[in-house]
Design a protein around this ligand. Structure first.
Ligand code: FUL
Length: 478
């Protein structure tokens, strides 16, 4: 009898525990996609033959003798990247002209033929060592389009590309991201290559299973749809991945992702700190300012994407001082701006309902992306109200969903009231990993968030109120 009672109790308890958990809604991110999303900001380095020929796209006919940096120092890149808050660096190991920055056995067009270090150098190796020293992750860009390789346009090229992947994936330690661009132009023999994407993806999955793969359609993370430094306001991580491919001509129709997309493939915003991807001396005074980088940050990380900021390394093989000054200015603005002004002691939070004790509103201010508040299932107008007993000068509200459980919120409304009674209403659609909503800078005393539509029981993991400033300590918005 005692045994039966005990078993019933255990069964009952486990049912309660089970009922407490809110079920995920597909598609879901994998563990490596969740880890990637947490990186938020990392760098791109376009440095290759084009740096020396002063063009954006080489033709594959350039002489390797052009490649001769006078003072190449990957430790300088890593030091600046680390100090500016980047979490990793992705290097153009091979661009469209086919020149490889490492001595590959599968092409004759590489640093091995250059005068740099008498053909004994390896930029990938130097960067891998520098990243390790500075605690940065290393990523690889290996352009499938190759205007040099004699095999380009034939089946043999796919195998050659895969062998080059293998070299890069096995000789330089852990790789966090593998980057395929969408260009697929004419090769030297006038042919267009039919790429063996399943083969390329399998190489990364085999040799670096923890690396995410980027292209127009993933498989793990996707191109945002422009190179100007912003994501679109409505941004779904799910997308019908199988309907598109790298270089897909009607990509515009997919730029917002898809509410009912089949796969989780979150967007990445790639943008250069200068007009070009490669270094051109005439652009030395056209480096984006810290204020402009901060706006890019809000429109990328603040719109459910990660930010990949390109730094064109110069002909010496160094980051130019104008670029590093801007990167450091941007880091300083993030440090001063991204301070949560919602003080738990002076913010009174009221929620319409609570699902149960696992999903309490106190989770909203704990900064943990996994814990969350959830309303009761029967709540038809879930909402959060925050009253600030000490109104704070602010201009941005940040919201997060716990993405491990899937992206849920389809539309929401925010009402903001200032100390002197001015009111704004902001209507928005998606949140995803992170959403930043900007408004005219005022001393805010009251915020109401109403969740209007959702794909499944809604969850909010974190909220923050920021005062995002320019280098002149003015509001960056409005
Ligand atoms: C594009 C390339 O064509 C550009 O040259 C650059 O590398 C950019 C990041 O990707 O597809």
């Amino acid at each position: 009898m005692r045994f039966i009672l005990l078993s019933t109790l255990i069964l009952g308890l486990s049912f309660v525990t089970f009922a407490q958990q809110i079920s995920p809604i597909a598609p879901l991110p994998t563990k490596k996609q969740i880890q990637w999303q947490a990186l938020e900001y990392y760098g791109f380095v376009h440095f290759n033959m084009n740096t020396f020929t002063n063009v954006e796209w080489g033709e594959g006919k350039e002489s390797p003798s052009n490649f001769n940096p006078s003072a190449l120092d990957c430790r300088q890149w890593a030091r600046i990247a680390k100090a500016s808050g980047m979490k990793g660096l992705i290097l153009t190991a091979k661009h469209h002209d086919g020149f490889a920055l490492y001595p590959s056995k599968f092409t004759t067009h590489s640093v091995a033929k250059s005068p740099w270090k008498n053909g004994q150098g390896d930029v990938v190796k130097e960067l891998a060592q520098a990243c390790k020293e500075y605690g940065l992750k290393l990523g690889i860009y290996l352009s499938p389009w190759d205007r040099f390789h004699p095999a380009y346009g034939t089946d043999a090229y796919n195998k050659i590309y895969a062998e080059m992947q293998k070299e890069l994936l096995t000789q330089y330690g852990p790789i966090f991201e593998f980057w395929y661009d969408g260009a697929n132009g004419e090769g030297p023999n006038g042919k267009k290559q039919v790429y063996d994407w399943p083969l390329f993806h399998a190489m990364v999955n085999k040799y670096q299973p923890n690396a995410v793969q980027f292209s127009d359609n993933g498989p793990d993370i996707r191109w945002v749809g422009n190179e100007r430094g912003y994501n679109y306001e409505t941004s779904w991580s799910p997308i019908n991945r199988e309907e598109i491919y790298p270089g897909y001509p009607k990509f515009d129709a997919y730029k917002n992702g898809q509410e009912n997309g089949t796969h989780w493939v979150a967007p990445e915003v790639d943008v250069s700190i200068r007009p070009g991807w490669y270094y051109h001396p005439k652009e030395d005074n056209r480096v984006k300012s810290p204020d402009s980088l901060m706006k890019i940050y809000v429109a990328s990380v603040g719109r459910n994407a990660n930010l990949l900021l390109n730094i064109p390394v110069d002909t010496r093989g160094l980051i130019h001082p104008n670029d590093s000054a801007s990167m450091m200015g941007f880091a300083d603005l993030r440090k001063k701006s991204l301070i949560n002004l919602l003080n738990p002691n002076s913010t009174k939070i009221q929620v319409s309902t609570t699902h149960n004790s696992t999903y309490l509103f106190k989770n909203l201010l704990d900064t943990n992306p996994a814990s969350a508040w959830a309303p009761n299932l029967r709540d038809t107008q879930p909402s959060i109200q925050m009253k600030l007993s000490n109104p704070v000068l602010s201009n941005t509200l940040m919201l997060q969903e716990p993405i491990a459980l899937g992206q849920r919120i389809k539309s929401f409304t925010v009402e903001i009231e200032s100390e002197n009674g001015e009111k704004w209403q902001i209507k928005a659609k998606t949140i995803g990993n992170k959403r930043m909503l900007t408004f005219p800078e005022r001393k805010v005393k009251h915020i109401r968030i109403m969740l209007d539509e959702y794909r499944a029981q809604p969850l909010i993991s974190n909220l923050a109120l920021y005062r995002i400033i320019s280098t002149r300590n003015e509001s960056l918005f409005h």
